[in-house]
Write a protein of this length. Structure first.
Length: 315
């Protein structure tokens, strides 16, 4: 496939995305941009030297003008939270970085689809949508793709069934107010609550699913990984690369990404994740999956938490 993907930010996430894409067949040209020129040159050299094991692909270190004609631009720039730093302080710092980047990259690649990965991703997606001047369909936050992947991993371990047979999602922000709409969680078309009983007919016996513990697993996995190894980057990178594939494919797909809400479930003027139809032209709309009243209330709680942060930052 002849496509060009530019990644801004050569930290752990950005460089892992570039490395993962270099081994896939969805891009023929990769450009990696970072303020640290020496590091980005090193990352590109390391990645490029492994590309002889696949069909030819161009991997380059570049500047913003080199993003010209990109099909997709992935933004991972930002800093990690420092000890004693509040969430608002971190958010404002990363928003300021995004405000510097946005006019440079959108001038170079005005027609690209933009995947926002920088955290807090829902806030950053909202800010980029507001300041870029691009159509909203071109802006996609990675949202709860990672959270939903963690959920499927946890359910797969519990029920001993392949992750591909699990259809369950995490909605809301990529953060502490995320939630699982259990009413729509399915294993091979069977509601999770009914699967336990059905599995007994096959001679399988599982403990009853602790849904609160599963949500905690989803929400706290990142913190546990950071405590163990210092950063998270493998799973989120695979999720972003999968999203690139969806955006470059011939047909549309449904996934949980962060994009602007326009009254869906009574939520407006905030970016968060619900089931979203995406494809070659970006975001096509939200899928109106039926939620219970309790689940709608949880979505509003998540939206309000994000709006509280937005109200405290300078756009």
């Amino acid at each position: 496939m002849s496509s060009k993907i530019t990644i801004i930010g050569a930290g752990s996430v950005g460089s892992t995305i570039a490395y993962t894409l270099s081994g896939m067949d969805i891009a023929s040209e990769l450009v990696l941009i970072d303020i640290n020129k020496q590091k980005v040159e090193g990352e590109v050299m390391d990645i490029e030297q492994g590309t002889c094991f696949r069909d030819p692909v161009s991997v380059e270190a570049g500047d913003y003008e080199d993003a010209k004609d990109s099909d997709i631009v992935i933004i991972t720039s930002g800093i990690a939270r420092k000890p004693g730093q509040t969430r608002i302080e971190l958010t404002q710092t990363n928003v300021n970085i995004l405000k510097e980047i946005t006019p440079l990259i959108t001038k170079a690649a005005p027609n690209a689809l933009y995947i926002i990965v920088s955290n807090p991703v829902d806030i950053m997606t909202y800010v980029f949508t507001k300041i870029s001047g691009l159509p909203e369909s071109q802006v996609i936050g990675s949202g709860t793709i990672l959270d939903s992947a963690r959920l499927r991993c946890g359910l797969s371990d519990h029920f001993e069934v392949a992750q591909r047979n699990i259809h369950a999602y995490v909605f809301g922000e990529h953060g502490d107010t995320s939630f699982i709409p259990w009413s729509a969680a399915r294993i091979s078309g069977v509601n999770v609550d009914d699967y336990l009983e059905m599995a007994e007919g096959f001679g399988k016996k599982f403990e009853e699913l602790d849904k609160e513990a599963m949500l905690t697993y989803v929400q706290k996995s990142g913190g546990q990984i950071i405590a163990n190894k210092g950063a998270t980057f493998y799973a989120v990178s695979r999720g972003v690369c999968k999203l690139c594939g969806l955006l470059l494919s011939a047909s549309e797909s449904v996934t949980t990404v962060s994009s602007m809400m326009h009254g869906e479930y009574g939520v407006d003027d905030v970016c968060l994740s619900t089931l979203t139809l995406v494809g070659p032209n970006g975001v096509h709309g939200k899928i109106p999956m039926e939620l219970t009243d309790e689940e709608v209330a949880l979505l509003h709680k998540s939206a309000n938490a994000l709006k509280d942060v937005i109200a405290q930052i300078e756009l």
